[in-house]
Structure formats: structure tokens, C-alpha cells
Design a protein. Structure first.
Lengths: 316, 306
């Protein structure tokens, strides 16, 4: 197990280096002079020169990269052009909110997707199976931003049950109830697509496990249906589901940009959206770097959990 | 003699030696696939939706009741069913039906081009990496690993953010971020096919690498690629619309469903149709591609797990 963990961690290093190269290169993709693009055509000459120096644009590319990397490793992501303060604290503060939203969406994905897939598989070809798979298909084809708008329209504007934007009420205390009220619509919006994938994977995984001899044996020795499903089928069928949920986590961190923009959720995605429209490249770089790094770490965590749950998996 | 009937029927579907030699899916196989596909009602619904959308895209100029760009301040936010505006008008008084019809062109273009290009490059990289292995394989797969470390949507957004928002840049970014998925899929197929007896047989009779790759391996990866590309198009319709929704894709005043949904955000309560209608269109076309993809998978190779 220790060997496996060491190998997996070591394999992470080239990927992390690759991520840093890609994020660094983003600034190189900016057509023309990045300093001019950020400050606009009305900028004063001395401001442009100062920004070029602070971004290190006056040095050769490899030197620029190394300096940038060393700074990043020290938690220095540069200065936000728009907010005129260090990027790292801004990004991390928002990242916590995004993480909260993503976890809530994953909960939606599991709570809706796993039971739906289970029921669909155990009652194969029934009406329930067809309806839940149809819903899964719709969930997969639904544009999240549109679902968000529609849920705002119905639940916030017409019914006035839930708030349409933000994370807390503008006035009033920051209570847990207030947070739950605010997170419900964005979490469902973000989680619906993931839930439909979870449902499909759970269904096919359960169908595969049900075919196994040990399930037939469990039935043959007289165990009740519920017990067979819980003890023998579910514990084996959920392994692939775990992997998919891990992948979804990263996917949702990325798609949070869209959901957060619709609901003005004060997360990293919303920050990125604003930074892009303001051409605040240090914030864009910092945000993308944090999301990609956490995506890799989450996948590592999922892999390790996987091998912990299923000891047959070892590093080859 | 019931059993004889059962045993007889598959014989009729066995491809002739000529079919096998040509390496291309023979007409018998195509007939089998078609028969399975035609029985799948969901897939037919999907195919109908897509054909319908293509029809609309082609005939948009003759179908549209008005100029999709024509603004009239007096006609702002007309309700569905208004005179001359069957689906109402938007915040600038433009006819929603006309914009919806013309928008199908943008939707299909921004979804299909990235899928096609990422399929072509993915096939190329996947074939090279899978067939020859070695250094090129390691290099291609490590680059893919790094790109997989980014959520695809986020990487595409970041690329467009750097290059500047435009339709071309959105198409470019969406192409780039989906190449690795294709490459990895093709590579894993090639690794399996490379060891098959028919490839060994081809090599034994002295077939060149290029002949083996194109006549034996490439052709056998096609069914998987077609299924994957179709499902991917369903996703791409949604991604591309999200790009325009965020203002990163197609720029105004070009009619685009994502941008139209965004236009209606500020008048959601007084004119909910402005956002609702284009959203339904995106949803319908995406569902169409997903249904078609599922149907093609079941018809071409039900064992595929995509």
C-alpha cells in the first residue's frame, strides 16, 4: 500500500509541472502586449513599463517561467490588476466557496443518482427503469445555465421560496439555514448533469454485478432481496461509481464558472468570469492553477480510496 | 425443425471473403447495423430531431418571418403569438423565431466543427501512439495527461480568455481541449486491434505499416469513433451555448441560442420566453444527438462502453 501511494504521488510531479507550464503559457497566448491588453489603450507609458517589469515580461521566456514558478510555490500569484491586491488570498477565499458548492452538487449527484440507478437496474425494463433513464438522458442534455435561469424563474421569482443569488442574505445573520437556502438552487443546477451520469453508471454497474455467481448463491441460500442488494450487490457495484464521482468532482469545479455566474455565487468561477471580462490575467492564471491542482489531488485521493476499498488493485 | 432455422439465419449475415478483404464495412454488415438501428425508436427520434435541425439551418432564410438582426424599439418584448412575431420579440425588438431559426446554424457550426477537428487530430495522435508505441506514445500520452488535469470546460474558457472572445477562438479552444479524449480512446482501441490475428495475417503477407493502419486498424476504430463523436456533439452543443452565454463565444448581434438565453436574463420575470425558448432549442438538439449516439452504439457494437 505504501509503495502504491509513493508511486502515485511520484507520478503526480510531471503532471503538476505540466499544469504550471500550461497556466504560465496562457499569458503567452494573449495576442500582442499583455500589459497593454490589461491596462487598455489609454494607459500611461510608465504604468505599462512598470507592469511589464512586475510581470517579468522584459526577460527571456524560460527565466520568466522559472521566476513565476518559484513565486507560485511561495504562494505569490502576483497582483490583481483590478483589485490591486495579491491574487493568492483572493483566489483561496473564493475557492472555499466553490468547494462548498461543488461538494453540495456531488451530494445531489449521489443522493439522486445512486438510488435511481439502483432501482432502474433491479427493476430492469420496468416503467421505473425507463422513466429514470429518460430523466437521466434529459439531465445530461440540459444546459446548466438554462436550468439555473428556469429554477430562478420558478422558485425565486414566481414562488419566492428560495433566494436567486449570492451566498448569504445581504442583511441578517450568516446562519446555516440561510446558507442552505442560498446553496440549494445552484447545487441542484450544477448537480443535475452529474446525477444523470451517476444514475447511468450505477445502473450498468449493478446490472453487471447481479450476473455474478455470488449473487445467485446469496439468493439461493435464501437471503432476502434487500439484504442481497445491500450486502452483495451494492458494495461491489459502487466501486466504478466512486471513480466516476471523483472525475465529476473536477468536471464540476470547471463547470462551476457557468452556474456561479448565473447565481452570482461568490466562488472562484464567478471571480474568473469577472476577471476574464476585466482582462485581469493574474487572477485568471491563479484561479485556473488552483482548480487544476485540486482536481489532480482529488483524483489522487479517489485512486487511493479505491485501492483501500478494493485491495486487489495494486500499482503496476 | 426450429433449431435449424435458428442456426441458418446467421449464415446469411456472414460477410463474404471479398467484404473482409476490402477491409471496409461490407454491405451485409451495414444492413445488419441498419436493421438494429431502425428498430430503435429512441434513436430514430434522435435522428429525426437532428435532420429537422439541419433542415432548419439550411432553409433559415426562407423560413424566417423577419430579419433576425432587425431591431424595432416599438416592438420590444412582445409576447408569444404577437402579430408578425409567433414567438414574440426580445429586449431589442428582434423577432425571436427568426433568431431561433438562424441560431441553429451557429449552434450546429460551433458544435460540429470542434468535434470533427478533435476527432481528426485525436485519431491521428491515437493511431500513432497506439501503433508505434515507444517515445512518441509516451510523449503524446504525457501531454494528454496534463490536459486531462484541467477540467475541459475550464481550460477552454482560459484559452478563450487569453486569445480574446470570438466564435473562431471558441471553436479553436473547444477543439484543442477535446483532442486528448479522442486520442486516448483511439489509442486504447489500437492497442487491442494491433494484437489481433487479422493484423498479424496482414503483416505476414507483407502489408506495409500504412496499409495495416488504414485498411485494418483505422477502419475498425471507426464505429467507436462515430459513436463517441455523436455523443460528444450532444455535449458540445451545450458547451458552445454556455460559451456564448458567458459572452466568450459568438459575439452579438449574430443570432446564437446561448447568447439569446443570456439576453433574457434581465427580463426573466416580465418576459420569461426570451430565455426559455432558446434554452429549449439547445436542450432538444442536445437530446437528439445523445439519443442518436446511444442508438448508434447499440446498433454498431452493443458491447461498447462509452
Amino acid at each position: 500500500m505504501l509503495v502504491y501511494i509513493t508511486h502515485r504521488c511520484a507520478a503526480l510531479i510531471p503532471v503538476l509541472v505540466g499544469i504550471s507550464v500550461v497556466v504560465f503559457s496562457l499569458l503567452q497566448l494573449v495576442p500582442g502586449d499583455p500589459a497593454l491588453a490589461m491596462l487598455g489603450p489609454m494607459a500611461r507609458q510608465e504604468d505599462l513599463v512598470q507592469l511589464r517589469v512586475s510581470l517579468g515580461l522584459d526577460q527571456p521566456k524560460p527565466v520568466q517561467y522559472l521566476k513565476w514558478l518559484i513565486n507560485v510555490l511561495h504562494g505569490d500569484f502576483g497582483i490583481s490588476i483590478q483589485q490591486r491586491s495579491p491574487v493568492f488570498p483572493i483566489v483561496m477565499e473564493r475557492f472555499v466557496n466553490t468547494l462548498l458548492l461543488t461538494v453540495a452538487a456531488i451530494v445531489v449527484s449521489i443522493v439522486v443518482g445512486v438510488p435511481a440507478g439502483m432501482v432502474a437496474a433491479t427493476r430492469r425494463h420496468s416503467i421505473i427503469d425507463r422513466v429514470s433513464m429518460m430523466l437521466a438522458l434529459f439531465g445530461n442534455s440540459m444546459p446548466a445555465f438554462w436550468l439555473g435561469l428556469m429554477s430562478i424563474l420558478v422558485f425565486s421569482l414566481y414562488l419566492q421560496w428560495l433566494p436567486a443569488s449570492g451566498m448569504w442574505s445581504i442583511s441578517g445573520p450568516r446562519t446555516f439555514t440561510s446558507l442552505v437556502e442560498h446553496i440549494l438552487l445552484p447545487a441542484v443546477t450544477l448537480g443535475v448533469g452529474a446525477a444523470s451520469v451517476t444514475a447511468r453508471i450505477t445502473r450498468s454497474s449493478v446490472l453487471e454485478v447481479i450476473e455474478n455467481d455470488y449473487v445467485r448463491t446469496a439468493h439461493a441460500k435464501g437471503l432476502g432481496e434487500n439484504r442481497v442488494i445491500r450486502r452483495h450487490v451494492l458494495s461491489n457495484a459502487l466501486l466504478p461509481v466512486l471513480t466516476v464521482v471523483g472525475v465529476q468532482f473536477g468536471f464540476l469545479l470547471g463547470s462551476a464558472v457557468i452556474t456561479e455566474t448565473v447565481f452570482s455565487w461568490p466562488g472562484l468561477g464567478f471571480l474568473l468570469y469577472n476577471a476574464i471580462s476585466m482582462r485581469d490575467y493574474p487572477v485568471v492564471q491563479g484561479g485556473v492553477l488552483v482548480i487544476a491542482t485540486s482536481f489532480v489531488l482529488i483524483n489522487l485521493l479517489v485512486d487511493l480510496t479505491y485501492s483501500w476499498i478494493d485491495p486487489r488493485i495494486t500499482f503496476k | 425443425m426450429f433449431w435449424l432455422k435458428i442456426n441458418m439465419s446467421p449464415i446469411a449475415e456472414v460477410p463474404s471473403a471479398e467484404d473482409l478483404d476490402s477491409g471496409v464495412l461490407g454491405h451485409v454488415q451495414i444492413a445488419t447495423v441498419w436493421r438494429r438501428f431502425a428498430r430503435d425508436r429512441a434513436a430514430l427520434v434522435g435522428a429525426t430531431i437532428i435532420l429537422f435541425t439541419f433542415g432548419i439551418a439550411v432553409f433559415a432564410p426562407s423560413l424566417s418571418p423577419a430579419d433576425p438582426l432587425y431591431q424595432k424599439a416599438g416592438d420590444r418584448l412582445k409576447f408569444i403569438g404577437a402579430v408578425n412575431h409567433p414567438l414574440g420579440t426580445d429586449t431589442l425588438g428582434r423577432d425571436i423565431l427568426s433568431r431561433l431559426l438562424y441560431g441553429s446554424r451557429t449552434a450546429l457550426r460551433v458544435a460540429i466543427i470542434p468535434v470533427l477537428f478533435s476527432a481528426v487530430f485525436g485519431l491521428l495522435f491515437g493511431l500513432v501512439a497506439g501503433y508505434w508505441g515507444g517515445f512518441l506514445d509516451a510523449l503524446i500520452m504525457r501531454i494528454a495527461d496534463v490536459m486531462f488535469a484541467f477540467p475541459a470546460v475550464l481550460l477552454a474558457i482560459a484559452i478563450v480568455a487569453a486569445l480574446g472572445p470570438s466564435q473562431f477562438n471558441a471553436i479553436f479552444a473547444l477543439t484543442v481541449v477535446f483532442i486528448p479524449a479522442f486520442a486516448r480512446l483511439v489509442r486504447s482501441q489500437v492497442l487491442g486491434l494491433r494484437e489481433q490475428d487479422f493484423v498479424m495475417a496482414a503483416r505476414a503477407v507483407g502489408a506495409s505499416d500504412s496499409r495495416i493502419i488504414f485498411h485494418h486498424i483505422f477502419i475498425n476504430t471507426l464505429p467507436t469513433c462515430i459513436v463517441f463523436a455523436t455523443l460528444q456533439t450532444g455535449q458540445m452543443i451545450v458547451f458552445a451555448a454556455a460559451f456564448s452565454f458567458l459572452g466568450l463565444g459568438v459575439q452579438p448581434p449574430t443570432p446564437d441560442w446561448g447568447a439569446m438565453a443570456n439576453d433574457g436574463r434581465n427580463c426573466l420575470l416580465i418576459a420569461p420566453w426570451v430565455s426559455t425558448i432558446p434554452g429549449l432549442a439547445i436542450f432538444a438538439v442536445s437530446t437528439g444527438f445523445n439519443l442518436l449516439g446511444d442508438g448508434l452504439r447499440d446498433a454498431l457494437d452493443p458491447r461498447l462502453k462509452i
